[in-house]
Design a protein around this ligand. Structure first.
Ligand code: B12
Ligand code: SF4
Length: 450
């Protein structure tokens, strides 16, 4: 049996800029499981593959196509399933991934055969085996949604521990390593060492994954993965990597003992950084370079509204500590929907005053699956899933017109870009870089992607 694993193409121009282009680790986990079960497997990475999906299917002739994706790709995934069935109605279509986990019903369609609601790789293995071993019952597969006589059946969802993940087979990454970069860090691999997050910020989708069950990978497994990883730069894709003080000290010791020499990017909270300056110094010494910190806002009122449990003084101190260590504090900021012109100006002044050298702006966007989505669901001004990229308004701004809000948002984004440019991290974006990106964009559009 042949299995094709698909990450859909990027759906907006920003993605084409490829300032960040991440390894499709989720597909590599599926690949590992399918290979281990003895199937013939192929990864199709729509972000990067030059060939169209249609051509790939016709040539590879898979029996099963498993698709991952995020909210912005919801319609595209559904379109893929239709195309697949039109090519060959016998091909089995399976959908999974973070968006499907909490919004699985959105994928119930005539062209979808199965939807997975969990991270459980053993369940995926069992699912594949069920096609060659008739004693395996679909009803016994954790979190699987499947159709019986046209009716969708939802198996029980049992949250899993991250330690069930297999040692990932990175053949795909090694074959295509030049695709994957993190800003100025070329050839960046991804690892994931925890599921969900123990905090409770009310806008957050990530903490709801794995049914909100926070689990961490044993340090031994993490260190072995890093030791065997043939790549200098590593994105640690945990929602929060710095949580357990003792685990992080042990991590630092092990990296030193085993002489692992890499550069790291991780997500962290400002309060952890402020309360562990010595540990942060030690992390910087072993190669931590980017700290992606959910600063969210300069206003205490906003921070309270988000239940961030961090105040503005802590945020400022966090930026100071990281600057002093010459680490890069990437401030993740949310623009509230009631922002007026003064808010945008104040934010820029705050960024400059506090020497925030790196920042990204996200427009406040309630994510389907979160509690706050229900609060806002009647106020949405669009149902276009591609707008859920934090760069579009999905709610009507309350202090500015839509046009003026976008104007201020993109003006500030540009100002921050120009400010950050001085640090040199965007120096790789030369004229020929943009030329290549534009060419990739046009050629992908010309073959109409599919
Ligand atoms: C790294 C990252 C990226 C990378 C891309 C990574 C990638 N592999 O494609 C970059 C920086 C480019 C990116 C961009 C975006 N991202 Co992002 N990203 C992440 C982050 C931090 C980690 C993802 C990761 O690498 N996980 C590691 C893999 C191994 O874990 P996994 O995806 O959960 O996969 C496991 C299971 O889900 C399952 N699985 C996955 N797919 C499938 C498929 C099948 C068939 C099966 C059976 C199982 C299965 O198996 C895997 C192993 O257990 C997550 C946060 C998070 N908690 O997930 C946000 C996150 C996924 N991103 C998000 C969003 C919204 C975006 C953007 C749309 C907007 C933005 N500005 O960030 C863009 C759009 C990108 C696109 N696809 O078009 C949201 C998605 C929410 C949603 N409902 O879809 C998240 C959850 C963050 C958030 N703010 O809530 N992102
Ligand atoms: S700390 Fe970060 S990942 Fe955790 S709930 Fe808050 S925003 Fe989400």
């Amino acid at each position: 049996m042949k299995i094709l694993l698909v990450r859909p193409s990027a759906v907006n121009i920003l993605q084409y800029l490829q300032v960040i282009n991440s390894e499709p680790l989720e597909l590599e986990y599926l690949y590992t499981v399918a290979k281990e079960k003895g199937f013939e497997v192929l990864i199709y990475d729509g972000f990067n593959n030059k060939k169209s999906l249609t051509k790939t299917i016709i040539q590879f002739q898979p029996n099963i196509v498993a698709i991952t994706g995020y909210i912005t790709q919801e319609k595209l995934i559904l379109k893929y399933t239709k195309i697949i069935k039109n090519i060959n109605s016998n091909i089995i279509t399976v959908i999974g991934g973070v968006h499907a986990q909490l919004n699985y019903k959105n994928f119930y369609s005539d062209y979808t055969d199965f939807v997975f609601r969990s991270e459980d790789m053993q369940a995926f293995g069992l699912f594949l085996n069920s096609f060659v071993n008739s004693s395996i019952k679909l009803s016994e597969i954790n979190s699987l949604c499947w159709k019986q006589d046209g009716i969708w059946i939802e198996n029980k969802f049992v949250p899993v521990n991250i330690n069930m993940l297999p040692i990932v087979d990175r053949t795909f990454f090694y074959q295509n390593r030049e695709w994957f970069r993190y800003i100025d860090l070329r050839e960046t691999a991804t690892i994931k060492t925890s599921l969900s997050c123990p905090y409770n910020c009310n806008f957050c989708y990530c903490k709801l994954l794995s049914a909100g069950n926070y689990s961490v990978m044993t340090l031994d497994k993490v260190i072995t993965e890093l030791e065997n990883l043939d790549c200098e730069n590593v994105l640690i894709a945990d929602d929060i990597f710095l949580f357990d003080e003792e685990r992080i000290w042990n991590f630092i010791d092990e990296i030193k003992n085993r002489k692992i020499n890499k550069k790291y990017i991780c997500y962290a909270r400002a309060d952890y950084i402020v309360s562990h300056p010595e540990q942060i110094k030690a992390l910087v010494e072993i190669g931590f370079i980017y700290f992606l910190v959910g600063i969210e806002s300069y206003s205490n009122q906003e921070l309270n509204n988000y239940n961030k449990q961090v105040n503005s003084d802590i945020n400022i101190e966090c930026i100071r500590i990281l600057n002093e260590l010459n680490a890069r504090c990437y401030a993740l900021m949310i623009i509230p929907i009631d922002a007026d012109k003064k808010y945008f100006d104040n934010l820029y002044n705050w960024i400059v005053r506090n020497n925030v050298k790196y920042a990204t702006l996200s427009i406040f966007t309630p994510m389907p699956g979160t509690k706050i989505f229900n609060e806002y669901k009647n106020k949405l001004i669009t149902d276009n899933c591609t707008f859920w990229d934090f760069l579009h308004l999905v709610l009507k701004p309350t202090s500015l017109t839509i046009f003026r809000f976008y104007f201020e948002f993109y003006k500030l984004t540009l100002k921050i870009y120009l400010y950050t440019r001085k640090t040199g991290i965007f120096d790789f974006m030369t004229f020929s870089y943009f030329k290549n990106i534009l060419w990739k964009y046009i050629s992908q559009k010309m073959r109409r992607e599919l």
